[in-house]
Ligand binder design. Structure first.
Ligand code: EPU
Length: 460
């Protein structure tokens, strides 16, 4: 088993390049399945979720050539070999359910996709996806199979444009509705749609491919169906979660990092909050410089929200940053009901964080009465001390890495497959800007107990 061994205390400084966005690239791959034309992607991140998604696409007939050094991926799905996404992809990430939207028009066979996975940060149902696809004319059923269940979908009379009003601006359900609507007869109107930059990225790519999609100011998306597609080239947007993560690590460690490629327009709310606590940043022509600008002030109220709100995926490293501010701050998580499980380990490291089931601060959210601790109060500044920590999900993973970078002593972090799903070459990038971080193998049996790195034989 591989672990990260991090000795805290170094101020990070230097330059890192933001990778292509996980939550854009994986969807673009699925979108390319709509047509039989060749698509070329640039700035493709070499991360676990892209590997998994590509493997899923290849399984059903995509041919791909990926130059990982040059970050160029060329794909083409001339014909579908099968419409069955094997059960081994069950629970792997959030992507399988999107295959339904992309593939319905390419086959009159059942599209069979396993249950979706992704981080365990709440129930994460797919009811909005299913109901949108049904409104477009698809029949979607959940059936039990040998090991686990799967969704069976087909469109007996083809897909037909419809008015879809999403109960919540879900990113995935918006994307699935758009994918299916692209090949539906007539026009589809999606109301209360998600307008995250990654959703806009999908729209831009689909437009290159031949789709006719308009985005109104009031969360309404219009899609005019078509079957005429073209070859397309696309440079994947920078990962705004990764970019912000490095920015927070720079400020928390009292350093200075230039994040090349960080896109200002996609980080407005984050930068506002950073400025409120006294974090330094300077937007340059080709990226953003983040730097420590003197003592940080707490007294902040942050509510995570759908775009253009404060991203739920910025929340975890931001909590670590707040442990270094003077005073108390409140974070109210309104996107996922159960995304604070990771704070217990931060408390073990010395953070002063209390959790509340109530909605603290502004408004009552969807989770006001369901009993999940979805608000926290962080009091700072608190010194952190090193621990052995197991990563429960991707974004909590970065928060732990950041806490370890601040802590006194040497921390050991397990559960790296979570981090590898979404952060490209994390250890290399961090060590390039001065972190004392190393990725090492340990024997599985030592993983149960705190690892003592003074005993070299545990390294294999
Ligand atoms: N929801 C439903 N029913 C549905 C769909 C969503 O109730 O059918 C609820 C969810 O349970 C959640 C809320 O709606 O409470 C928002 O979920 P959404 O569908 O927007 O999230 P997602 O598409 O599953 C994507 C990202 C997440 C990111 C969210 C919010 C991908 C692969 N994942 O998830 O990213 O947090 O949007 O921006 O795009 C991550 O990268 O670590 C990550 C978790």
């Amino acid at each position: 088993m591989e672990v990260l061994r991090i000795t805290g205390g170094n101020a990070l400084s230097g330059r890192v390049k933001a990778s292509g966005a996980k939550n854009a690239m994986t969807k673009l791959l699925v979108a390319s399945l709509i047509s039989d034309k060749c698509c070329t992607f640039y700035n493709v991140p070499n991360i676990g979720d892209v590997e998994i998604t590509l493997a899923m696409c290849e399984e059903i007939g995509m041919e791909a050539s990926w130059d990982k050094e040059a970050k160029i991926l060329q794909v083409q799905t001339r014909e579908l070999k099968t419409t069955y996404i094997p059960q081994r992809f069950s629970g792997s990430n959030r992507i399988p359910i999107l295959m339904i939207g992309a593939l319905l028009a390419r086959s009159d066979q059942d599209i069979i996709v396993p249950t979706v996975g992704g981080d365990r940060i709440g129930a994460r149902p797919v009811d909005f996806h299913i109901s949108s696809l049904q409104q477009l004319g698809a029949t979607v059923e959940y059936r039990n199979m040998k090991k686990e269940g799967a969704y069976f979908a087909y469109a007996p009379h083809g897909l037909k444009g419809a008015l879809i009003t999403l109960p919540f601006p879900s990113v995935g359900a918006t994307e699935n509705s758009i994918l299916a609507a692209v090949t539906a007869r007539g026009t589809t109107v999606i109301k209360n749609a998600a307008i995250e930059p990654e959703v806009v990225e999908l729209i831009l790519f689909l437009q290159k491919l031949g789709a006719i999609i308009a985005l109104d100011a009031d969360r309404t998306i219009h899609v005019q169906g078509t079957r005429r597609f073209h070859e397309a080239e696309h440079t994947v947007m920078a990962d705004r979660i990764e970019a912000a993560s490095f920015g927070m690590a720079a400020i928390a460690t009292k350093g200075s990092i230039f994040v090349e490629g960080a896109e200002h327009r996609n980080m407005i709310t984050f930068l506002n909050k950073l400025r409120e606590i006294g974090g330094g940043f300077s937007v340059k022509s080709n990226g953003i410089e983040f730097f420590w600008n003197g003592n940080l002030q707490g007294g902040l109220h942050v509510e995570t929200d759908v775009h253009p709100g404060f991203m739920t995926d910025w929340q975890q490293p931001f909590v670590v940053l707040l442990t270094q501010t003077e005073g108390s701050s409140v974070i109210h998580e309104t996107v996922y009901e159960n995304r604070f499980g990771y704070v217990d380990s931060l408390v073990d490291m010395g953070a002063d964080i209390s959790s509340f089931k109530q909605c603290l601060g502004g408004r009552q959210c969807r989770f006001s009465s369901n009993g999940y601790p979805h608000s926290i109060v962080v009091k700072g500044p608190t010194p952190l001390s090193a621990k052995t920590i197991n990563i429960p999900d991707l974004r909590a993973g970065f928060a732990y890495v950041m806490a370890a970078l601040l802590a006194s002593g040497t921390s050991v972090i397990t559960g790296l497959p979570f981090l590898d799903r979404g952060y490209e070459n994390l250890a290399e990038k961090l060590s390039g800007i001065g972190a004392d971080i190393e990725r090492v193998y340990i024997e599985e049996r030592f993983a149960e107990t705190p690892v003592n790195f003074d005993t070299p034989y545990v390294l294999v």
